[in-house]
Design a protein around this ligand. Structure first.
Ligand SMILES: C[S@@+](CC[C@H](N)C(=O)[O-])C[C@H]1O[C@@H](n2cnc3c(N)ncnc32)[C@H](O)[C@@H]1O
Length: 444
């Protein structure tokens, strides 16, 4: 790994831009890009534990350090503790790419002390305080740990925290309008990828850090990159040929594409989102995957009047067979893939999320035809955004009847929605964390 990879990693950590959006990243070869991503996301994932290690050897309080100095310490500590790099490789290159030269001695001293003594750093004891122990050992903020302990109990909460620190594999959803899983598996393997069947009949798991747009079949639209939990949401919605479906919060369009595929042969999906930029991603995916049954519109679905106006102006239908509200949420279920959520999300955001989710469901209900199906999903693991929003919705909309469902995976696990809703859980199902609920709108 070259020094420039560390420099690019440090720059990305400082600016908080996604790696792909950084200028220096584009100039790296594929192997170095994968390493930069690993360094940036790994350091982000383990930030609290890394700070614990660093604090043991720093005479200065971490809160008082310049951001570049703290990030350099975290990057060096990550390489020592999690990548097992020898001290000369882990420390020197980080120190040498520090712009603040006057801090090089300090960073060098702390990292060398950590390299010599990392096995002797004392951890908090689970017996003294299980929540504090879990927050530091698994590198999560206190408020998420407390919520997990309360919702799942200590043992399951510890399993969940652990699983959410493992980067998930890339999963592909086979575009069955163009190919089938067996054929795509063969093509990927022939091209040297380590690919195996996923948990669902339509999914493939790919191991290895190569760029997805370089996979064979990408330009031909033979697959979409999608998490299996997200595939299950559309399976629960169950769009059929000929259906008219509204995907309310559709961008970037992962589920829209799956709906378009399942409803093809006469079915149409209207994909809307409040973000014009993100709607453009849906149009791109429709082209790549070859679906001409996707219509898009920019609208704010928390406002039913504005929604009706936008439908009218775009000459879109106003009454749908099926509606999906895949709502914006706190995102705790996808921390494994996006560890920055641990530190960016605030507990205080949750009530506002729940308020918006409720408004989105109220609008969705208006545009669903009698006899039609409504699916509500989030990648949140908080009761307020899930059961509370959903049960309050059902309470205020007596015309809706919950639907019991069960989705069984190829490995025998299942999503149980017998009471009309259920959770996919990382430590139980081996997927992202999702909440999924379904109800039918009564006739008359
Ligand atoms: C969880 S993401 C949707 C992911 C998408 N369903 C998929 O599978 O690719 C939530 C989306 O809701 C959109 N959104 C947020 N507020 C909205 C609103 N008031 N009306 C419509 N869309 C909204 C966001 O822009 C974001 O794209």
């Amino acid at each position: 790994m070259s020094e420039s990879t560390r420099r690019v990693a440090l720059d990305i950590m400082g600016t908080r831009t996604p790696p792909g959006a950084h200028d220096g990243f584009a100039g790296l070869d594929e192997r170095d890009r994968a390493l930069v991503k690993q360094l940036v996301t790994g350091t982000e994932r383990w930030k609290r534990l890394l700070d614990w290690y660093i604090s043991a050897f720093s005479h200065r309080s971490l809160g008082k350090l310049a951001p570049e100095v703290l990030n350099a310490l975290r990057l060096g500590a990550y390489q020592l503790v999690f990548m097992g790099l020898p001290a000369y490789a882990a420390v020197n290159s980080v120190v040498e790419c520090l712009r603040a030269k006057s801090h090089r001695g300090f960073v060098n001293g702390v990292l060398r002390a950590l390299a010599r003594n990392q096995g002797h750093v004392e951890m908090p004891s689970i017996d003294d305080g299980p929540e504090e122990y879990a927050g530091i050992r698994y590198s999560f903020p206190d408020w998420i740990v407390s919520r997990y302990f309360e919702s799942f109990g200590i043992q399951d909460a510890l399993s969940l925290l652990k699983v959410q620190n493992s980067p998930p594999p890339v999963t592909l959803r086979v575009n069955t309008s163009k190919t089938n899983r067996g054929r795509l598996l063969e093509i990927l393997r022939q091209a040297g990828f380590s690919a195996e069947p996923g948990k669902l009949g339509i999914s493939i798991k790919v191991v290895g850090g190569r760029t997805v747009s370089g996979f064979p079949g990408y330009n031909e639209g033979w697959f979409a990159v999608q998490a299996e939990a997200a595939m299950i949401v559309t399976m629960v919605l169950d769009p059929e040929p000929g259906d008219l479906v509204w995907d309310v919060c559709a961008a970037p369009g992962g589920k829209t594409m799956h709906i378009a595929e399942m409803a093809s042969d006469g079915g149409v999906v209207v994909a809307t989102d409040v973000s014009r930029d993100r709607i453009a991603l849906i149009t791109q995916s429709s082209k790549r995957l070859g679906f001409d049954n996707v219509l898009t519109a920019v609208l704010d679905a928390t406002d039913p009047g504005a929604t009706a106006g936008a439908f009218e102006r775009a000459r879109l239908p106003m009454c749908f067979d099926k509606v999906l509200v895949d709502a914006p949420c706190s995102g705790l279920g996808v921390i494994a893939k996006h560890p920055d959520i641990k530190w960016m999300r605030r507990e205080a955001d949750i009530p506002e999320m729940a308020r918006r989710q409720t408004l989105l469901l109220d609008t969705a209900a208006r545009f669903l035809k009698p006899g039609g199906a409504l699916v509500y999903s989030t990648c949140a693991l908080t009761r307020e955004e899930n059961q509370d929003v959903w049960l309050r919705f059902l309470d205020g909309h007596r015309e809706f009847v919950p639907v019991g469902e069960r989705v069984t995976f190829d490995n025998g696990a299942a999503l149980d929605m017998a009471i009309g809703y259920g959770y996919l859980l990382p430590h139980v199902h081996g997927t992202d964390g999702f909440f999924i609920a379904k109800a039918l709108k009564r006739h008359g």
